[in-house]
Design a protein. Sequence first.
Length: 115
Amino acid sequence: MSDDADFELTPLYRIHAFGCMTQRPPAHPRGSCGTAGAPPLWERLGQLIEKHQLPDVAFTAAGCMGFCAAGPLMVVYPEGIWYRPTTPDDIDEIVDSHFRNGRRVDRLIVVPQRR
Ligand code: FES
């Protein structure tokens, strides 16, 4: 790490997506992305990134991101877009449209609310 404020940081990835994997018991009052069906969706996402050979796209399984009742949730950087996919087709669309062609999928975007 340099002390020089002029150094440039080269992004490692063009897109870095984080998907919440937190699993709480089904009756938990906060809910959870795991209970809402996240794990197979993120598994599919990872498989598609690999299938389409997108080395500049990364997916990281993450812990709770604080908006549990809205899950399953993923957030995509650098834009900071939050998606709520619920089906394999939703995942396919995010990969095809956003990750491969740079067009966000508006119908799956959510704006989590801070309380
Ligand atoms: S459990 Fe997924 S955001 Fe909290």
